[in-house]
Ligand binder design. Structure first.
Ligand code: ADE
Length: 411
């Protein structure tokens, strides 16, 4: 029982997934290690994930390990309908299609929650919230993204989180790679697909200098843009400055930016006062999880007319100038492109897979709360990734171990 756009798209989806498998060696190896033993046999796993070719490879790995997996979208605009069709043809229940309304989106999540999953794999916290609202108590959950972790910690601090949640996002092999290089590349990919604009010679304003903002700023600079960073954290602002970026506030940045990219996780970062100061032709995109960072309602109110000028690119005519909003202000890398490349999702989803297995073994023993990923898991993922890249590293000699664990030896 699934609800997707069009089952006949499955062959196109199959080809995409075939391609992704060749770029996700760590996850493929984990799948191979567990498909005989099937440690997840009898386990119901519910996903609230972007329906992409990379998610399909995770779904296959979970299925091969014995799990019964079902999947709801993680965003109304991020579903790849051909991949959804392929997954359904593989016996996975999918509730997702591109362009869902808000009500349809929550309906889809409810379908997964109603399967009473033993473990959930979430991206952004909506499935977690619906599970809690319905009084469901799974063995545990795994959360993929920064926004989801922030929400989970808020739930935990208010005593509302009733099960253990693994902070997959905070694994070093996740956020130091996926958030930085994955979003850095794919956010620009989304903007370029929607505009075909030349980045060289442009002023790109990046709002937020966390892992995601840092990735975007560096990639934009690499393509010849002048990058201006806005921040609310003094430490991150300082880091951006010492990384060589110009740092200012949004009011100062608004009149000089050609392209604005939000990556803060907070709401109304670009709002009416800023739109009013922007140049004719400025492009607005969001790389954060939710569509709250650019105040689209304010833009709608200011506009005298609007039209879709290209796919994922709406021109707002403010009278005297035009602003261009990419993918409705939704996460640009997934709504206007294909999300992070498979190579980096390989590590993120290897962490999801191993966290599911960890919860299967340890979930019953864990009190409700947010848990960091075991260090050994991070090391395992990094080593497997290096191995797949043909890279060997040094190991400490006995003398070095002694030095590092002692204190007597100085100059
Ligand atoms: N989040 C960011 N990129 C993604 C991708 N390619 N698949 C699933 N989730 C993602």
């Amino acid at each position: 029982m699934s609800k997707i756009k069009d089952p006949s798209l499955k062959e196109a989806g199959r080809l995409k997934v075939e391609w992704a498998r060749t770029r996700m060696p760590v996850l493929m190896q984990l799948k191979q290690s567990y498909e005989k033993e099937k440690p997840l046999k009898g386990f119901v796993i519910g996903g609230g994930l972007h329906v992409t070719k990379e998610t399909a490879v995770l779904a296959e790995a979970l299925q091969a390990a014995g799990a019964e997996f079902s999947l709801a979208a993680s965003n109304p605009l991020s579903t790849q309908d051909d991949v959804a069709a392929f997954l359904v043809s593989e016996g996975i229940d999918v509730y997702a299609w591109r362009g869902m309304s808000k009500d349809e989106y929550y309906w889809a999540i409810e379908q997964v929650a109603e399967k009473n999953p033993d473990i959930i794999v979430d991206d952004g916290g909506d499935l977690t919230l619906v599970m809690l609202q319905k009084g469901k108590k799974p063995l545990g959950g795994c959360e993929e993204t920064t926004t989801g972790i922030v929400r989970a910690r808020a739930m935990a601090s208010q005593g509302k989180l009733t099960f253990p949640l693994m902070a997959v996002n905070d694994a070093e092999t996740k956020w130091d790679f996926d958030n930085v290089y994955g979003t850095g590349q794919s956010a620009l990919d989304g903007i370029i697909r929607a505009t075909n604009v030349l980045l060289a010679g442009k002023t790109v304003v990046v709002s937020g200098y966390g892992h995601v903002g840092r990735g975007i700023a560096n990639r934009a600079r690499g393509m010849g843009a002048e990058v201006v960073v806005t921040e609310v954290s003094a430490i991150r602002a300082l880091r951006a400055r010492m990384d060589g970026f110009r740092v200012t506030n949004m009011i100062e940045a608004a009149p000089i930016g050609d392209i604005f990219i939000t990556a803060t996780g907070d709401k109304a970062v670009i709002r009416e006062e800023h739109f009013k100061l922007m140049k004719d032709g400025a492009i607005l995109a969001n790389a954060g999880h939710f569509n709250v960072e650019i105040d689209v309602n304010a833009l709608e109110s200011l506009a005298k007319a609007k039209k879709e000028i290209r796919p994922n690119n709406v021109e707002y005519d403010l009278g005297g100038k035009k602003l261009y909003l990419i993918a409705e202000g939704r996460l640009v890398n997934l709504a206007a492109a294909e999300g992070h490349p498979s190579e980096v999702m390989d590590m993120s989803f290897a962490n999801q897979f191993l966290s599911v297995l960890y919860l299967k073994e340890n979930g019953k023993k864990l009190a409700p709360g947010v848990y960091t990923i075991p260090k050994e898991q991070d090391e395992q993922v990094a080593l497997l990734k290096l191995k797949s890249m043909g890279i060997t590293i040094d190991t400490l000699t006995d003398e070095q171990v002694k030095y590092l664990t002692g204190f007597e030896e100085g100059t």
